[in-house]
Design a binder for this molecule. Structure first.
Ligand SMILES: [Zn+2]
Length: 319
């Protein structure tokens, strides 16, 4: 099975691409896990508004890879990519088919994949206009009034309380705070507010706990945009990290990039690299202004899925 099969019809009619907010992701995971018994789902925590943060897992191999999407609300293209990847992988597996030239059964024999498609379900729903009333919406709207240069709600990146979930991790959090405060993000904001302390937002806490429990060999965080791969934190360079980054760059055309100093702290991949000393990546999907237009999704998927496959196969066949 190839990407062309999945996207040969009107993309908007494809179930995988429709899964991009809390309601649609929940129902898609429920449908997929009942259709494919080897796909397991669990709740790893709850958002500020109490929504379950869901994780899916599949595969039987030793190479564990934890892939997350939508730390940032208006970057749900990563959620769509992940949901399509899960669906395509499941379909290919049961039909003994391939995904981008690799047998699905080889992918799942090599690795166990852990997938968290919506780290920030409240924020994504807000940015998509799915949340348009109630106390949490009013609070967010009030926060946004203080930042009139950021379009509301589509410019929203934070969780529903105005905390940037990818500035929440204990890896240079104080430096991130100093930088962001100096830029005017010194209070809850649609983006770039680090919070009162590291790991105070329930969504980031949930992902950090899950990561510690799984102790994956590799993590990948899907963000947008820029078509780049961030792979370093500070002076840390885990064994194999550059090589896998180069392999992902080759297969996608994305540039392997040193993290710029102003955004090089307190992110999920920064924390993972620092705490685990294993390869961790932020993939910036697509090009343009977030949220990216739906028309980009086929290309973004075709660029990203092969990178995920490279990571999944990494410790079995060094690509
Ligand atoms: Zn992001």
């Amino acid at each position: 099975m190839f990407a062309d099969d999945l996207f040969s019809e009107n993309l908007g009619k494809m179930p995988c691409a429709e899964a991009k907010n809390f309601a649609s992701v929940s129902s898609a995971l429920s449908r997929l896990s009942s259709e494919y018994s080897f796909l397991k789902t669990e709740c790893i925590g709850r958002s500020v508004m109490g929504k379950p943060i869901l994780a899916a897992s599949l595969g039987t191999g030793e190479n564990s890879v934890l892939i997350s999407a939508a730390h940032h609300a208006n970057e749900w293209v990563g959620t769509q990519v992940m949901m399509c990847f899960i669906e395509q992988l499941c379909r290919a597996y049961v039909s003994d088919g391939e995904l981008f030239g690799v047998l699905a059964k080889d992918i799942l024999a090599c690795s166990r994949l852990y997938l968290v498609p919506l780290v920030n379900p409240d924020g994504v729903d807000l940015a998509q206009g799915k949340l348009a009333s109630g106390g949490f919406f009013k609070l967010a709207k009030c926060i946004a009034l203080g930042f009139p240069h950021i379009p509301f709600p589509q410019g929203w990146k934070a969780n529903i309380n105005g905390i940037d979930l990818n500035l929440q991790y204990p890896a240079g959090w104080e430096q991130a705070k100093a930088i962001k405060f100096s830029q005017g993000y010194d209070r809850p904001a649609p983006r770039d507010y680090v919070g009162d302390g590291p790991l105070c937002a329930p969504e980031s806490i949930a992902l950090a706990r899950y990561t510690r429990r799984i102790s994956p060999g590799i993590i990948i965080a899907l963000h947008s945009q820029g078509e780049v791969i961030y792979w370093k934190y500070s002076t840390f360079e885990p064994t194999g990290s550059r090589e896998l980054g180069q392999s992902m760059s080759e297969v996608s055309g994305y540039e392997l990039f040193e993290t710029p100093a102003e955004s090089g702290n307190a992110g999920y991949k920064d924390w993972f690299i620092k705490e685990f000393d294993r390869p961790g990546y932020t993939l910036e999907l697509g090009l343009g202004e977030n949220p990216l237009p739906e028309a980009q999704l086929p290309k973004i998927y075709a660029d990203t899925a092969p990178m995920l496959i490279r990571a999944a196969l990494w410790n079995c066949y060094k690509a």
